[in-house]
Design a protein around this ligand. Structure first.
Ligand code: SF4
Length: 310
């Protein structure tokens, strides 16, 4: 990873633990088709830097603004050096921002139209995609905050879920038989560090969610239709935009592997003897490659849901 040098640059407001000292590397990594999605713009007068998209990623202009702002945050946060601690702090900051954005949008929905309530866990029975940065942040949180007993219980749930879901498609994973291993008595046990994708998910009809998951005939018809449940789309699109900006920032500007992983497989690897994985990943390797799964591949419906340009 290259790190450019310089001094006296102004920075956007970032939490103290994310503030760095020096300026930043130029884009270094292209996607498989050879494209560079981010452009680093330096203001010669002020010396401040920001990251812009080389071309829109989303149909909605506000999503592109959110994505470039998230990429700028990543750029400014890691410009003094890339290490696990900084990436975890950045990821937690990004998770908080995504929640503020999504919750603010949900608050603006017509009164009572969003049906989600604490303890309602129908949407937690499917494959969940995370980046390596999110998976590492989640397991760092588990190691730091869970008791030995809680960690042991989680390890058992992860082992069980990993054995039962390995190799299944996302359609097969959408089932009451496959609860997310982080569900504990109907609640998310990692709520503060839950994946970005979980933060925007919402529903306009909780009973519809229940039937689509738990009634076999309704579930089969729902999966055949290829159309998502009725939801308020803006929070979903907001979290996807944040995620896209951070993914591009860390991969293009800092050379980190940010390809989506399956949450269960990645957490299982990290919690079971994976202490060296975060450092290997920071060094530019792909130690979580085996946790990439077909279940993370997007279909046309999910692309449309998140407002992506095709
Ligand atoms: S991580 Fe938490 S919110 Fe996301 S699917 Fe699992 S239990 Fe649900």
């Amino acid at each position: 990873m290259t790190r450019a040098k310089g001094k006296g640059r102004k920075r956007a407001a970032l939490p103290k633990e994310l503030r760095g000292k020096g300026p930043v590397p130029a884009p270094t990594r292209r996607d498989p088709s050879g494209k560079v999605h981010l452009l680093v713009q330096q203001d010669p007068a002020s010396g401040s830097a920001r990251v812009e998209l080389s071309a829109p990623l989303f149909e909605e202009p506000w999503q592109n603004d959110v994505a470039s702002s998230a990429a700028s945050t990543a750029y400014l946060a890691l410009n003094a050096g890339v290490d696990v601690e900084r990436v975890v702090a950045l990821t937690r900051h990004t998770m908080d921002l995504a929640s503020k954005l999504a919750d603010g949008l949900i608050d603006r929905a017509a009164n009572g139209s969003v049906a989600c309530q604490p303890g309602c866990d129908h949407c937690c029975h499917q494959s969940v995609g995370v980046t390596p940065a999110e998976a590492i942040t989640i397991i760092e949180h588990v190691r730091r905050t869970f008791s030995d007993e809680q960690r042991q219980e989680l390890a058992e749930r992860l082992q069980h879920a990993h054995e039962r879901t390995r190799g299944l498609t996302s359609t097969q994973r959408f089932s009451p038989k496959h609860p997310c291993p982080f569900l504990d008595s109907g609640r998310c046990s990692i709520y503060d560090v839950r994946p970005l994708t979980c933060r925007g998910v919402n529903s306009l009809d909780a009973d519809e969610c229940r039937r689509e998951l738990r009634d076999a005939k309704t579930r089969a018809a729902f999966l055949r239709s290829g159309v998502g449940g009725r939801a308020f789309l803006e929070p979903i699109r907001a979290t996807h935009a944040v995620s896209a900006g951070v993914q591009l920032g860390l991969s293009e500007l800092f050379g980190l592997d940010m390809q989506p992983l399956d949450l269960t497989a990645a957490a299982h690897a990290l919690l079971n003897g994976g202490e060296s994985i975060p450092d290997e990943w920071i060094a530019g390797h792909t130690p979580l490659e085996a946790a990439r799964g077909g279940e993370c591949v997007e279909d046309a419906t999910s692309r449309a849901l998140r407002g992506a340009r095709s």
